[in-house]
Every structure is written in C-alpha cells, then in structure tokens.
Ligand binder design. Structure first.
Ligand code: F6R
Length: 618
C-alpha cells in the first residue's frame, strides 16, 4: 500500500529518492518523507500530503537534501491518520536507526507495551515506530549488528512488511526485508551503489540488474561489497539470482500525455496486441499457451472454474464467466477474493481457481489463492506485473503483458485481462470440441482486428469529451448493459466513481425495473451499452423505458445503428465484432468519459483520493 525507496552509493541521494517516490506515488500518496545521511548526521523531512509537498518542505532547508545515502516513503495510511508525525521515515528513540515500512505489524500493540515497560517513548501512532524501536532494543540487548537485529526482531512480529533500515553506526549499508510486500534491490556497477524500491521504476535509468526478495527474506546491502540475502526464519544464506530488467524509462513516463490514465487508455491497442502476440497464431489456426497446454487435462476435466479477484480485475473475471461458459462450456463462479477467503468455501481438487490481478500483490487475492491451494485446487494466475507475489504463488499462469500501469484507475489491465481470458476460453472451447475450427478461426480473425478497432474507438475522444462536458455536473449516474456487457456497465460505473467521485451504479439492464428505475428523472444520465448482438431488442426496450421517464440516455452502439440513435440523447459508436469480443471495445468510451469528467471537475485523475494502486493490506 505504500511505496518505499532508497539509495546508497556515491551520487547525491536526494534527487534519486525524490524521483523514485514520484514514480511510486501510485502506491499511496497521503504523506511522504525522506531521510538523508550526510556522513555525519541524519536528516528526516516528512509531511502530510504528496511528494511535491515534501519537496517544498525540503527546499526550505538545504541540509535535508545533503548526502549520498537516503531512504524515502510515500504512504497510504493504515495505522494512524495521515499527518506529519505518522509519516515515514520513523526514527528509533536514540535517533540512530531510521526505517521506512510498507505493510502492517499486527501485534504492534503487545510489542509497544513491552517497549514502554522498558522505557521507550513514542511520537507517532504507527506500528512502524514500534518496529524500529524493537530492532533497536534487540540490537542493544543482543549486542549485535543491524542485520542480525532486524532478523531477530522480524521473528517476533506478525504481519506484513517490506522495510528498509539505516543505522547511523553502520553507514555503508542498508538492510531490507520482505514478507507480503514487494522489494527490489537495484545493483550498481562494481557494487559502488545500490537502490532499493517497492518496484524497479525508481532505479531503471541507473541499472537494469536487480534482485527481487522472496517472502521471508532479508538482505544486507553493503557498498563496495555486495548483497547478502538470508532467510529471516533461520538466518540461512540464500543463493540469489540477479535479474535483467525488461522495463524501460519510456514505459514509466507520461510520454506527452497529461495523465498516466490517458496514456494507458491510448496504449490499449498495443497492449492488447502484446497480450496475444506469439499466442494467437492466426495462420496456423491455433492458440499457443503453454501455461494452459501443460495442464490441459486438468482444465478439460475440471468440474468448474472459480475466478477470484478484486475491483476491476473482478469485473474482468465476470466477463470471463460469460466467455468460459459460452465458449468452453465450463461452469464458472466469480468471487470477490475478500469474501471467498473468509466464507469457508467448498473447494475440491477438481476445481480450477483463476486469480486475476494487475499488480499481483493484492492481499485478498493472494490469501484466496493460498486457501484454494491448501484445499488441493489447481491455481492459475492472470497477472500484469512480472514476478509479482501472485504470479509466483500460482501453479501456472499467463501474464497480460500490458506494460506498467501507473494510473490508479485500471484501464489497460482490464482489457488485457479480458484478452487473456478470451484466449484461454477459445483454446479450451476448441480442445473440448465445443466450437468448430471454423468458428475458432473466425474468432481469431475478429480478435486480430481488435487493436485497430480500439484505435478507431479512441478517435471518438473529442465526441466523448463533448458528452462529458454535458454530464460532468451530474451527481448520480446509472450504467446498464446485458450479457457480456453487464460487467462493462459495472466497470464504467467504477471508473466514474473512483476518479470523479460521482455516485454511479452498474446494473444488468433488465434489472432496472426491479428498483433502480425509481431513480430515473430528467437529471439522471444513464449510460447504456446497446451493441447490435445478444439482447439488442431487449436493451432497446429498456432504453424506451428510460426515455418515457425523461432520463438522459447516452448509448454505446454498433456502427450503423439507427434504432437507438433515434431514441438516445447521444450515441458513441464502436465497430462491429463478435458479441463475446464487444467488451474490449465498449469499455473504451466509458474509460474516456470518466477521464474527461474527472479532468473537467479538477480531480486528481492519476491519484484519486483515498485509493492506492496495490492493495497489499486487507
Ligand atoms: C480500479 C482498480 C481496483 C483494482 C483492484 C485490484 O480501477 O484499479 O479496483 O482493480 O484493487 O487490483 P489488482 O488487479 O492489482 O489485484
């Protein structure tokens, strides 16, 4: 939920750490802080607010920017309200140890009481200040080095963490550790410098070599010497591999767009293409996915597929339900990971659990996977972030290859997740003999057109912007869709509420009569997905019902539609495709619409209030 970063080496640490925090701000942005060590003294600067506020504060005091060792933090509050005092870094009582922490220490209260009994006092309400003092206490009582003290202390805590700790008495090292929250170590040339961060984006312009810690591992990073990784439990040394990063600087910058969200919306044609590249072999009439083929028997003999996910990924899972049941004829249940994990679900060895997650770090989804595995189910992951916790925890899986998604509102993650699910459904449908080679080929041909069709939908941006200007002041909106496009209605509503803070609800169009219709009046905009396939006539009837109650209708229709055009107040056209593929197109105008409305209302599109990109806590 928070972003942590750090630098130790020969360069000025301040600009590196600040830039790193800006790149990690998608993980949390209610407060920010930095510690610099100038060779003599530790300087901690922290504040409620964003990294820009931290920079403004640091600009008042040149000392706070000096030094070639630094750690920084951008926070999404869990323990303690977001204020200056609760912001990280936290310093131990002696002032010698400084820590940044992403996660939660669940037994902090018990530890805090023990430390208070031993004379410790606390400035903040955070679990993190407890942890840094626990490390200090262990260091004192055991008379050991920082690394050992961290190892012993972490064996006493319950919870989740990614931490970076600096000790004023050991100035050439930083100690990091991980359990449940990611941490990457960037390795500079000849070990002259090191970087630490929640993901590799803060250091990508300096090195493409990194070590990703596994859960329950810690590392002592020493300038000039190297990195020693150990198991937290028993202190045993771990043989680590240094990875070559594929990330480029261009991928994590805005590239001329005003916001990451807009950039990511526009990246969808390429992202979808990248998702099926090398997998969908149109000329050979096959879908090649070894992650599925290697376990084909399991998929073909599965009693059912259970999809677990949260938020937008859950909406993609709902589209998956329609795809798997329609194309592959496998029964599907779609579950909120947060509910599934606690409701004692019935899971058997003949179930396949598909976990969908952009970040691959969502705590509830991860817990749902662990539960399913413990009951013997085969677990398949659909993740975007390579090497993420969920990708590692699953038995097999497919990456979406969407590239980094930085805007907090998920866009290209959604369409690429649907792309992966479509490929799997087609592959299984064919393997089970539920679709003919001709239908399969026809799907592939239509799928091939999707990137250029998304491009075409994106050309309606000005028109969508105009519609946005008309409805931007609405206080409530409804989104309606049926069949494959019911989840798109949910997703459209989520996009609007999360970045513009306008209340919006998604419904299956036919459910409108069972309650929401009471909301309709001349002030209510209703976004209806009414493509020419599936239940078109029925949706047209729903539109008529809205019209007769004076609601404002904005419809997403198939090119050439005349019926809805006559009734609706506005239409946005998408190109013709198979019904099962329409979500990949109908989603796009709804993303643009929420984007424009949020911009027009002056909202912070990439960092909406109270949200964070990866939800690594319950
Ligand atoms: C909405 C959004 C969230 C995420 C959810 C799951 O735009 O981004 O609803 O979809 O937090 O995150 P992942 O996919 O990373 O597991």
């Amino acid at each position: 939920m928070c972003g942590i970063t750090g630098y130790i080496g020969y360069r000025e640490a301040y600009p590196i750490v600040i830039k790193g925090l800006q790149r990690l701000e998608y993980r949390g942005y209610d407060s920010a802080g930095i510690m610099l060590f100038d060779g003599q003294d530790i300087h901690v600067t922290k504040t409620k607010g964003k990294v820009v506020d931290l920079e403004a504060l640091a600009n008042n005091d040149e000392k706070s920017k000096k030094g070639s060792t630094g750690i920084g933090h951008t926070r999404w509050a869990t323990h303690g309200v977001p204020n200056d005092v609760n912001s990280h870094p936290h310093t131990s009582m002696s002032g010698n140890l400084v820590i940044v922490h992403n996660g939660i220490i669940e037994n902090y209260d018990t530890i805090k009481k023990e430390l208070i009994n031993r004379g410790y006092t606390f400035k903040s309400d955070t679990d993190t200040e407890v942890l840094v003092n626990l490390i200090e206490e262990v260091k004192k009582t055991e008379d050991c080095k920082l690394g050992k003290a961290v190892q012993i202390a972490l064996n006493q805590v319950v919870g989740a963490y990614a931490i970076a700790v600096f000790d004023k008495s050991k100035t050439n090292e930083i100690v990091v550790a991980r359990l449940g929250s990611p941490i990457a170590i960037g390795i500079g040339k000849d070990y002259k410098e090191f970087f630490v961060a929640s993901d590799a984006s803060p250091f990508i312009e300096y090195t493409n070599k990194a070590i990703y810690l596994e859960d329950e591992e810690m590392a002592v990073i020493k300038v000039g010497k190297g990195v020693k990784v150990r198991k937290i439990k028993d202190d045993s040394l771990v043989d680590t591999t240094i990875q070559e990063l594929q990330l480029s600087l261009e991928q994590i910058e805005k590239g001329g767009y005003d916001h990451f969200m807009l950039k990511e919306i526009h990246e969808q044609p390429k992202a979808i293409q990248d998702t099926f590249r090398g997998r969908m072999l149109a000329d050979e009439g096959i879908i090649k996915m070894s992650s599925v083929s290697n376990h084909l028997e399991k998929f073909l003999n599965a009693d059912r597929i259970i999809i677990v996910a949260c938020g937008t990924s859950w909406h993609a899972g709902l589209v998956g339900e329609y795809l798997f049941e329609d194309i592959a004829r496998i029964p599907v249940e779609v579950e909120y990971a947060s509910e599934f994990r606690y409701r004692n679900p019935i899971i058997t060895e003949k179930d396949i659990v598909i976990a969908i997650s952009q970040s691959g770090e969502t705590a509830d989804t991860l817990a749902a996977i662990k539960l399913a595995k413990s009951k013997g189910a085969f677990v398949f992951g659909v993740c975007n972030v390579v090497g993420s916790s969920i990708a590692r925890e699953t038995h097999s899986g497919s990456y979406t290859h969407a590239g980094p998604e930085i805007g907090v509102a998920s866009t290209k993650a959604f369409t690429t997740q649907i792309t992966v699910l479509t490929l799997i459904a087609l592959k299984l449908g064919k393997a089970k003999g539920n679709i003919s080679q001709t239908d399969f080929n026809s799907y592939i041909q239509m799928m091939r057109l999707i990137p250029s069709q998304v491009e075409k939908v994106l050309e309606s941006d000005e028109h969508v912007k105009y519609i946005s200007s008309i409805y931007k002041d609405a206080t409530n909106c409804l989104y309606l869709g049926r069949g494959f496009n019911f989840p798109v209605a949910l997703e459209g509503a989520l996009k609007l509420k999360e970045i513009s803070y306008i209340h919006a609800e998604g419904y299956p169009a036919a459910e409108m009569k069972h309650g929401p219709i009471a909301l309709i009046d001349e002030n209510m905009p209703i976004f209806v997905i009414a493509t020419n396939k599936g239940h078109y006539e029925k949706v047209v009837s729903n539109i008529q019902e809205i019209k007769s109650r004076a609601g404002k209708i904005i419809a997403v229709v198939t090119e050439g539609d005349t019926t809805v055009k006559e009734i609706a107040d506005h239409v946005i056209e998408i190109p013709e495709t198979a019904e099962a593929l329409t979500p990949l197109l109908t989603t796009i105008p709804l993303q643009l619409l929420s984007y424009h409305i949020a911009v027009m209302l002056g909202k912070n599109v990439d960092q909406p209030r109270n949200l964070a990109k990866s939800v690594t806590v319950e």
